[in-house]
Design a protein around this ligand. Structure first.
Ligand code: FES
Length: 159
């Protein structure tokens, strides 16, 4: 049994019977434990609930906060709340897509970068806000974002 399946099994085993209303809490627990929902975990949950994995996947994709890929070594969060949007978060998102070639929720093929879009992070007067592995960056402009990505790449190439 793969590690991801063990994690799912342990969480599922805490439920006497997996009912439909248990799906979201179970998926949330799995994501908390593993950082994302693997295909194997979804299959396990579906089996326990007695429904198809397509249905479980459908439920999970309905909510923005579920991820289906492991996070990158560097995980970025861009606030796209109203205030950050007005201050240019869309430009950051466009730049990120150009720089990394991935969509929100995806991870680069080398496993280095992933990113997600967030609702208001509570720092509206300093937006747009970017978080890189938990570190906050305020009033971020696209050029600053490119510099950050370049410096991470350089840092990884350093011997
Ligand atoms: S809208 Fe981005 S911090 Fe509030």
């Amino acid at each position: 049994m793969k590690k991801t399946e063990k994690i799912a099994e342990n969480i599922i085993s805490r439920y006497r019977k997996v009912r439909r209303e248990d799906l979201i809490p179970i998926l949330q627990e799995i994501q908390e434990a593993e950082g994302f929902l693997s295909k194997e975990a979804i299959i396990r949950v579906a089996k326990a609930a007695g429904i198809s994995s397509t249905k479980v996947y459908g439920v999970a994709t309905f909510y923005d906060n579920f991820r289906f890929n492991p996070r990158g070594k560097f995980h970025l969060v861009i606030c796209n709340g109203t205030s950050c949007y007005i201050n240019g978060s869309k430009l950051l998102l466009n730049r990120l897509k150009d720089e990394l070639g991935i969509e929100p929720g995806e991870t680069t093929s080398d496993g280095i970068f992933s990113y997600e879009v967030s609702n208001c992070l509570g720092g509206c007067s300093n937006g747009p806000i970017l978080i890189v592995n938990g570190e906050y960056y305020l009033n971020v402009k696209p050029e600053r974002l490119t510099d950050l990505i370049d410096s991470i790449k350089k840092q990884l190439q350093a011997p």
